[in-house]
Ligand binder design. Structure first.
Ligand code: CP
Length: 333
């Protein structure tokens, strides 16, 4: 792989952490995502002709895996997938991530998309995929690493805000839900911190409030942050309400805490009545189904709820990332 004269983002071609991006590189990715939409409207392209993308998923996924795979096909590439790798790859026999990546790199993938249950797994994969003996570097995309990060989700979330508001600058963002384990909320906050005038309201029960490391990062970037459990108060004057699911699977044996926080809030019509008319409501999905949902389907008809625009944006963002890392024409951009 030939690197462009100026790296498109820190750590290019890998996408491992949201902190790799700044407003300039984000703008580049957003412009490319806009082009991706045009590419699909025009019937697709052959920019990834002859390339094979590997999706290696050790945790369940609907959106991330399928949008990466659709993105590849829309660009004329092909996909090989291990969609239940924790059970059905040699990880079940004790193989390390490093050995798995050493092996698959020999099969010449154009890129590796990895979701793993352990924080740091994607970084470990990238350090192996960067080894010249792999004929690399082969781009590694972190598709979610346990409670760590989900940077491509953050990119699509930021793109959704950009599409609706024209800019992320000056946005007041209420981030609600499971902020302790929610990797999408963490990654989005890292991106928001790069824009001037942004303020963040962390809305969660104290048991699942945001970790100190991210709060310290926001303070270093001079982002005004408040923490509250009061969703009704937090949505007043907000430009974006970003809702996340309380993640039952991350509580492990501590289901008592999960039971205590699971009904912490729900975005009801009454809550939305307090949200400004220009604001948008986002959720990375999946959401909890039924009457105990944090974002009940009853509010989907509200035009401010843009959750399925987000999922569509995810495919454009992933097309953009693939094009900017794997396409044979990338050096022209
Ligand atoms: N938002 C998201 O990561 O969804 P999946 O878990 O379905 O990929």
């Amino acid at each position: 792989m030939v690197a462009p004269a100026t790296l498109l983002w820190a750590g290019w071609p890998h996408v491992l952490r949201a902190q790799q991006f700044d407003p300039q590189s984000l703008d580049r990715v957003f412009q490319e995502a806009r082009l991706a939409e045009e590419i699909i409207n025009a019937g697709g392209s052959n920019l990834l002709k002859g390339k094979i993308v590997l999706t290696l998923f050790y945790e369940p996924s609907t959106r991330t895996r399928l949008s990466f795979e659709f993105a590849t096909y829309h660009l004329g590439g092909r996909v090989l997938s291990s969609e239940a790798a924790r059970e059905f790859s040699s990880a079940a026999k004790g193989e390390s991530i490093e050995d798995t990546i050493r092996v698959v790199c020999r099969y010449r993938p154009a890129a590796i998309v990895i979701r793993h249950y352990q924080e740091g797994a994607a970084e470990r994969a990238a350090s192996v995929a960067a080894d010249p003996r792999t004929r690399g570097p082969i781009p590694v995309f972190n598709a979610g690493d346990g409670p760590g990060q989900h940077p491509t989700q953050a990119l699509l979330d930021a793109y959704t805000v950009w599409r609706h508001r024209g800019t992320l600058e000056g946005a007041t963002v209420a981030v609600a839900g499971d902020l302790l384990y929610g990797r999408t909320a963490r990654s989005l906050c890292y991106l928001l911190a790069k824009y001037p005038g942004v303020s963040v309201r962390m809305v969660a029960p104290h048991e699942v409030q945001m970790k100190e490391d991210l709060l310290a990062y926001l303070r270093r970037h001079r982002v005004p942050v408040t923490q509250t459990g009061d969703l009704a108060a937090a949505v007043r004057g907000a430009d974006v309400l970003y809702v996340t699911r309380i993640q039952k699977e991350r509580f492990g044996a501590d289901q008592e805490t999960y039971e205590r926080v699971r009904d912490a809030f729900s975005v009801t019509p009454q809550i939305l009545a307090g949200l400004p008319s220009h604001a948008i409501v986002m959720h990375p999905l999946p959401r909890v189904e039924g009457p105990r949902s944090e974002l009940p389907t009853a509010v989907d008809a509200d035009p401010r709820v843009v959750i399925f625009d987000q999922t569509e944006a995810g495919m454009y963002i992933r097309m953009a990332l693939l094009r900017l890392t794997c396409a044979t024409d990338r050096h022209r951009h």
